[in-house]
Design a protein around this ligand. Structure first.
Ligand code: PEP
Ligand code: MG
Length: 316
């Protein structure tokens, strides 16, 4: 099976009815770019930058170190686009293991991701400048995690402008970036118009979207059986996000685990998704599903799945 899949590496991901599908890689380190290319990814859809910040006893990487790391990822992808997500620490990804959010009762609902960045503008501006500078070396998209409020969006955008002004003042080169938001809090999915107004693209973070929609801690084994990607509420939020983006002509992808789950590929295609970002190890198996799919048929079937009481049972 692996040998047969390997032959698909250079095959374009196109469905039976001619729909092009973008299969991107999720990476955690700049060096993972090699694995992404080897797996046939056409870009990086999610570079989880926080891994560079973790396990350093609070001594965070400076602008130069970050710039070099982002640049290595961009150059490693040899001209293909790289989506760098700004730091997403907190909850299941504590900055420092020894301080594992002990003081907070609900760390997943606390100061994490963009909330953490906005609470420490000097740290955030350092990262923003490093990303903007890396964008001088290739196609870079910047992705912001865990946004829910319009005020957070405006605050973030003003800091990005400020970072550019700082680079201008210092005479440092930087490049253009497309700006995207993660849709991973139900409130964001339910107020999509605001996100469509401010962002160039959206990326659905199903790992957290499931957690927050179903009130299931994604890391808690005792409730793992209730962590259901196919809960009708989750599917509805995913489906409506894809549909609204399509209607507005905005690029949208899924970068949570659902994107790399071959049992869900047909459903996501049927819901209109044409961009998937996943662990590189999943790319060829998902591509095989894409090559066998007829999106015309899947569209009608997906509409039925959305209406089902137990959608997961219809996937087979
Ligand atoms: C997600 O929430 O689906 C996601 C891709 O981000 P992370 O898993 O890093 O929270
Ligand atoms: Mg997330």
């Amino acid at each position: 099976e692996r040998g047969r899949l390997a032959r698909l590496k250079h095959t374009p991901a196109v469905t039976l009815d001619g729909q092009r599908v973008e299969l991107l890689a999720n990476i955690e380190q700049p060096e993972d770019a090699h694995g992404a290319l080897a797996a046939g990814a056409v870009g990086v859809g999610l570079f989880r930058s926080e891994f560079m910040f973790m396990g350093r006893q609070g001594r965070l990487p400076g602008e130069e170190e970050q710039y070099q790391a982002y640049r290595r990822a961009v150059e490693g992808m040899q001209g293909l686009p790289v989506t760098i997500r700004t730091i997403d620490v907190g909850a299941d990804k504590p900055l420092d293991e020894s301080r594992r959010d002990a003081a907070h009762l609900n760390p997943a609902l606390g100061l994490r991701a963009i909330r953490w960045s906005l609470a420490d503008p000097a740290m955030f501006l350092t990262q923003l400048r490093a990303i903007l500078r890396a964008a001088a070396h290739g196609k870079v998209n910047m992705l912001i995690p865990m946004l829910a409020h319009a005020s957070e969006i405006r605050h973030t955008l003003s800091l990005i402008d400020f970072a550019r002004a700082e680079l201008d003042n210092r005479g440092l080169a930087y490049g253009p970036v497309s700006l995207g938001a993660m849709i991973e809090i139900p409130a964001a999915a339910l107020t999509l118009k605001i996100f469509l107004k401010y962002f160039d693209f959206l990326s659905i973070g199903t790992n957290d979207l499931i957690q927050y929609t179903l009130a299931i801690d994604r890391a808690d084994e005792s409730v793992a059986h209730l962590y259901d990607p196919c809960h009708p509420a989750v599917l509805r939020l995913v489906a409506e996000t894809i549909a609204e983006c399509q209607a507005q002509g905005k690029p949208v992808s899924v970068c949570g685990e659902m994107a790399g789950d071959v049992t869900l590929t047909r459903l996501l295609l049927g819901l209109g998704l044409r961009s998937f970002s996943m662990h590189p190890a999943q790319i060829l198996a998902v591509k095989q599903e894409v090559l066998r799919a007829d999106t015309g048929r899947l569209k009608a079937w997906a509409a039925q799945v959305l209406e089902a009481e137990d959608p997961g049972k219809l996937l087979g």
